[in-house]
Design a protein around this ligand. Structure first.
Ligand SMILES: CC/C=C\C/C=C\C/C=C\C/C=C\C=C\C(=O)SCCNC(=O)CCNC(=O)[C@H](O)C(C)(C)COP(=O)(O)OP(=O)(O)OC[C@H]1O[C@@H](n2cnc3c(N)ncnc32)[C@H](O)[C@@H]1OP(=O)(O)O
Ligand SMILES: Cc1cc2nc3c(=O)[nH]c(=O)nc-3n(C[C@H](O)[C@H](O)[C@H](O)COP(=O)(O)OP(=O)(O)OC[C@H]3O[C@@H](n4cnc5c(N)ncnc54)[C@H](O)[C@@H]3O)c2cc1C
Length: 662
């Protein structure tokens, strides 16, 4: 029997309506037909491992059991990766199959995502040779321990101390206060035996700023914390339950001199400090991960959209016309308004990620040739895109959850967990406001340079154009809208700058003036991000190699994104661009037309994300649309349904009822 025959008939009909080739979309989204094949092949290999299947849903496990199950599966998954590499002589292709296995967050995320990259990015060739083979083969397991109880954003304020002792050629690590304890690092709780510790370096009583050190914190055989190490887990959170976030404090804990990662700055044997060419290079891993998070946002938006769109095609409720049968909820324009922006945004983030990845690769290449000119632009762009995409993606996932009504509140829909995990990215790897203010610093500098008629970096060069084009009439085209967002950014950057100047003229110093203007500065950064997202995604769609049928639909999605945000931020556009009320009315109508045009392809579009049922892990979103059957099947797995009468009846309910009779 084919998959189609087992499918819910609504989904079969939806798929028949699709006007483009879904496989073409899949191949375009993931890069090529070959990439799709390789990814699917690897996913098959992972899913074929029986031990990776859970006996019961994770929600029924205790906090401890959930973690232990997570570690168990992470180690098996690691073997599959190793075997693939041994067989194919290369790493597995990019994939999201970890989601199908771990469901929440792997206790190895920080090992792979930050520990290994920090050694690779911050270590000298000798240090890389010492630790990378052990870390990559999992002989040692590590994390990235930067944040403390007292400080996360302001990393110059970290209190963990590494004092150099030239007599023994060691660093002595100490956490002198409660607030200096490391707090949050993933895997630290009970998983890792090593970590990169970010600490304040002191030599002969003099501070030399923060630097990364490698510390072994647990015995490799017994896994017991080494003497001088206090380590544990921080407890349940909104999500990340299996990430095993932990705390850590050192008491006169000694590590050899060679354990300071010294690619940038060095401490010589006699205690001489050799400054790096740019102390901000120490923050390099965070930049890399911020770029990756933009890609993650695409995935989470796709996952939530797939679940909600398929569910909305299967779910019937009320009537659009009294004379017709109950409508698929996907036919309500309000539902399309809630969901299609998630589909469109996933494509926008994907294109923005690919664009950022190129910028990152170029800057890394330049840095390897000691050229740093483009580092500030990379940092500023990664900060604002990470900040805006993560917040938007969190809101989109929540909107998809709400769009599934009561069933979206079920853990088995996988939307609550997905929200908990997506929204965490607003905070980790740089809190949203803090990162937007970093971009604002860059924008203020760019604005001052623009005023002096200097050449600007590509990502802000529109500020110069906007300066020249402020009188041009609005154009209701995608290109016109992109320009409109650039005008808004231009207007907000200018206004924030002038606000700072105003406060300074009133006698405030720059720092106070900055703080007083900071709401505007954040908004300027958001507008800058939106301008980038609109421009990059529209250009990607226009230059894509898609067939005419697919290209038409991708253009509709990109236009939907542009129009949605035009209408959402119409006040800004009225203030800072030449858009008129009449233009907005035309765009409102255009937006409704786009929803209607996209509607027949909605299921095809989410099928085009090619997320397997195991990755979706949702009663509402499976390919076959057996929503109600799955909801019931999952409910029956509840431990409360494994007995006809629960003991609480005899212990509490019956006595209560009997007392009530007296
Ligand atoms: C490939 C990966 C793919 C997917 C993801 C995979 C894995 C995910 C892994 C993990 C996710 C789960 C867990 C998360 C882990 C973490 O959260 S780790 C901890 C992260 N912590 C932060 O992000 C802290 C945020 N704070 C900062 O980054 C900085 O301190 C700051 C707020 C940016 C700056 O603070 P401060 O006020 O102290 O600034 P200064 O030190 O004075 O510096 C300002 C000047 O420096 C420039 N600058 C700052 N940062 C950078 C940088 N990274 N690169 C280049 N330049 C930088 C800044 O522009 C200023 O320049 P100026 O204007 O010219 O003076
Ligand atoms: C799920 C998760 C996983 C994490 N994993 C790790 C990890 O593996 N390793 C690690 O080292 N860390 C990790 N972290 C920590 C994370 O990086 C920090 O929480 C994050 O950088 C924010 O710092 P904070 O908690 O100190 O927030 P705070 O800076 O205290 O933010 C609180 C509020 O203060 C505001 N604020 C702070 N500074 C300013 C400012 N200068 N201007 C204006 N407003 C400001 C913020 O905008 C925010 O509203 C993780 C966090 C989470 C949630």
């Amino acid at each position: 029997m084919s998959t189609e025959t087992k499918c819910n008939p609504d989904l079969v009909r939806e798929r028949a309506k699709c006007t483009f080739d879904v496989n073409e979309l899949i191949n375009l989204f993931y890069g090529s037909e070959k990439a799709t094949k390789e990814r699917r092949h690897f996913e098959d290999a992972v899913l074929a491992v029986k031990e990776l299947k859970d006996a019961i849903p994770e929600e029924y496990l205790s906090h401890k059991e959930r973690y232990e199950n997570g570690v168990r599966k992470a180690t098996i998954l690691r073997d599959v990766y190793r075997d693939y590499k041994a067989k194919h002589n290369r790493d597995p292709p990019p994939n999201q199959i970890t989601k199908a296995v771990i469901k929440d967050i792997s206790p190895f995320l920080l090992h792979n995502g930050m520990f290994v990259p920090t050694i690779a990015g911050q270590g000298t060739p000798e240090q890389q040779a010492e630790w990378l083979p052990k870390a990559e083969s999992m002989q040692i397991i590590g994390t990235y321990a930067q944040t403390e109880l007292g400080h996360g954003s302001f990393i110059r304020g970290l209190e963990t101390i590494a004092t150099y002792d030239p007599k023994t050629e060691e660093f002595v690590l100490n956490n002198p206060t409660l607030t200096s304890f490391k707090w949050w690092p993933g895997g630290l709780g009970s998983t890792v035996n090593h970590c990169v510790v970010v600490a304040q370096l002191y030599i002969n009583g003099k501070s030399h700023g923060i630097h990364p050190f490698i510390a072994q914190i647990r015995d490799l055989d017994t896994h017991k914390p080494l003497p001088g190490v206090k380590v544990g887990e921080i407890g349940p959170k909104m999500g990340f339950q299996t990430a095993n976030n932990g705390f850590l404090g050192f008491d006169n804990f000694r590590i050899p001199r060679k354990n300071m990662l010294m690619k940038n700055a060095q401490v010589l044997k006699d205690g001489t400090f050799v400054k790096g060419i740019n102390e901000k290079l120490t923050y390099g891993t965070m930049v890399m991960v911020r770029v990756g998070i933009v890609g993650d946002c695409s995935f989470y938006a796709a996952l939530a959209a797939t679940i909600a769109v398929r569910y909305s095609a299967v779910r019937h409720q009320s009537h659009i016309k009294a004379s017709e049968p109950e409508a698929q909820i996907l036919d309500y324009l309000t539902q399309q308004h809630k969901l299609f922006i998630a589909v469109a945004s996933s494509h926008v983030y994907r294109n923005a990620y690919l664009w950022m990845e190129k910028m990152y690769t170029n800057v890394m290449k330049e840095l390897s040739q000691d050229k740093q000119d483009n580092l500030p632009e990379l940092h500023a762009t990664a900060c604002c895109l990470k900040a805006v995409c993560s917040r938007d993606a969190g809101s989109l996932v929540e909107e998809c959850r709400l769009a599934c009504g009561g069933h979206g509140y079920m853990a088995s829909s996988n939307l609550p967990l997905t929200y908990g995990v997506t929204i965490a990215a607003v905070t980790y790897e740089g809190e949203r406001t803090v990162l937007l203010l970093q971009t604002a610093r860059y924008l203020m500098k760019a604005w001052m340079a623009a005023l002096k008629g200097k050449v600007l970096s590509p990502s802000v060069s529109y500020l110069l154009n906007s300066l020249k084009e402020s009188k041009k009439p609005w154009q209701n085209t995608p290109e016109g809208i992109v320009k409109g967002f650039q005008h808004v950014s231009f207007g907000k950057v200018k206004a924030a700058y002038e606000t700072i100047q105003k406060y300074m003229k009133q006698g405030k110093d720059y720092e106070d003036a900055w703080n007083l203007a900071s709401v505007q500065l954040v908004k300027a950064s958001e507008a800058h991000s939106r301008a980038i997202l609109c421009e990059v995604s529209w250009e990607a769609v226009c230059s894509s190699s898609a067939s005419p049928n697919l290209s038409r639909v991708l253009q509709q999605l990109a236009q939907l994104y542009l129009t949605y945000w035009t209408l959402e931020t119409s006040g800004d556009l009225l203030l800072y661009s030449n858009i008129t009320k009449d233009d907005l009315i035309i765009l409102r109508d255009k937006y409704e037309e786009l929803l209607v045009a996209i509607r027949p392809n909605a299921v095809g579009l989410v099928d085009g994300f090619d997320l397997r049922d195991e990755i979706l892990n949702s009663t509402l979103g499976s390919y076959d649309g057996r929503v109600y059957e799955r909801l019931m099947e999952e409910a029956l797995k509840s431990p409360l349904n494994q007995e006809t009468v629960n003991s609480s009846f005899h212990k509490y309910l019956k006595p209560m009822m009997e007392k009530a009779k007296l």
